[in-house]
Design a protein around this ligand. Structure first.
Ligand SMILES: Cc1cc2nc3c(=O)[nH]c(=O)nc-3n(C[C@H](O)[C@H](O)[C@H](O)COP(=O)(O)OP(=O)(O)OC[C@H]3O[C@@H](n4cnc5c(N)ncnc54)[C@H](O)[C@@H]3O)c2cc1C
Length: 333
């Protein structure tokens, strides 16, 4: 079925999975193997599209991220109850209990899902017993004109993913959030030649600055003008006052947004960083709506964590639906 989407059937779906990254594909695979009818809708905007190699995924260390996706999609689609559609989910609306029962959902919980087809695929509209949000995160990098040109090559966001390749290099950490101190400590495992650029933000305390200084890490609080380089190679960070501090690469801490606009007015609980809060089973504050992958805390935001959590939450979802059919609630152990 590669290259064309299997048509969405008239029959209702067990779980609508929003997002076909490692979290959604892994959950989808477990759920079709549990004999569930699963639809994955994906808008084809993976977070790591900026990079050519992904690291740390056991058996696939160094594989191109798109290759991982291709393999995952193929495995999922090899099951007859698997549906994969290239579509942007626009709307998720809970059904009234009687509507849900009429749709064949025994516990009276269900959702209408609407999406717009992309790349020539048809629009999607169907009902599903449960929704799993695996939509990843959208990233907002510090507002520096050239930063995108170096993101995914010289500058990365995931220290666990790309720190090893930066060993012993003169590095920058650019971040305007309060977690830059912890990130700097993590990066110090790879290079002692590290400068933390706060870009004018007051996010490193004097005590943290003292601790960083004790291991040779400097904090640069002056605002940044831009990243500078020679063709594809990053060569430094230019400050607003014109000084260029030589750096060959490093890390940036983007601000993240959980892309859940399709929930409309439905309130969903988020944490202080804007990520979606879930309980220990992966269910959000909306009954029947689960979330997994980068979009939920605490991370680390890595492919293998997203895939592993996808499998774990799939097991909880499956049991929730089994229990729901018996009318015995969601407690599963
Ligand atoms: C530059 C960069 C490099 C990285 N390198 C590594 C690495 O080397 N190793 C590693 O382990 N991790 C790496 N990561 C982190 C890794 O990419 C994430 O942890 C992982 O992709 C999270 O998986 P996910 O399934 O939660 O989300 P994603 O992989 O982001 O997938 C989410 C999917 O949901 C789709 N989506 C969003 N909204 C909708 C909607 N409304 N309707 C339909 N679909 C929607 C998106 O298009 C996307 O395809 C990197 C990240 C970045 C940014």
């Amino acid at each position: 079925m590669r290259g064309q989407d299997r048509a969405l059937p008239e029959a209702p779906i067990g779980v609508a999975v929003i997002g076909g990254g490692p979290a959604g594909l892994s959950a989808g695979l477990q759920l079709v193997r549990a004999n569930r009818r699963i639809a994955i809708l994906d808008s084809n905007r993976p977070r790591h599209s900026a990079t050519l190699r992904s690291h740390g995924f056991l058996t696939r260390d160094g594989a191109p991220p798109l290759e991982l996706r291709r393999l995952g999609r193929e495995e999922f689609e090899s099951y007859p109850s698997a549906i994969y559609a290239q579509a942007v989910v626009r709307e998720v609306v809970p059904l009234a209990p009687e509507e849900a029962r009429a749709a064949g959902f025994p516990d009276g919980i269900g959702f209408r899902v609407r999406g717009t087809g992309i790349r020539g695929s048809a629009d999607a509209e169907f009902t599903a017993r449960r929704v799993l949000i695996a939509a990843g995160l959208t990233e907002e990098l510090p507002a520096l004109p050239m930063i995108r040109a170096y993101y995914g090559t010289a500058l990365h966001s995931c220290v666990e993913c790309d720190g090893f390749e930066k060993s012993a290099a003169p590095l920058a950490l650019i971040g305007e959030t309060s977690d830059v101190f912890a990130r700097a400590l993590l990066i110090s495992r790879f290079s002692s030649d590290l400068i933390v650029f706060t870009n004018g933000a007051d996010t490193v305390t004097p005590e943290q600055e003292r601790q960083l200084a004790s291991i040779g890490i400097r904090v640069e609080r002056r605002p940044i003008d831009d990243i500078v380089g020679d063709r594809a190679e990053m060569t430094g960070v230019r400050l607003a006052d014109g000084e260029v501090i030589p750096r060959v690469g490093g890390f940036v801490r983007p601000r993240w947004h959980a892309p859940v606009e399709f929930l409309g007015e439905l309130g969903i609980e988020r944490d202080g960083w804007g990520l979606v809060v879930v309980d220990e089973r992966g269910e959000t504050s909306i009954r029947g709506v689960y979330a997994v992958g980068d979009i939920v805390p605490p991370g680390p935001q890595q492919l293998i964590i997203a895939a592993g959590e996808g499998a774990r939450v799939a097991a909880k979802l499956n049991m929730d639906m089994i229990r729901g059919a018996l009318g015995v609630g969601v407690v599963d152990e």
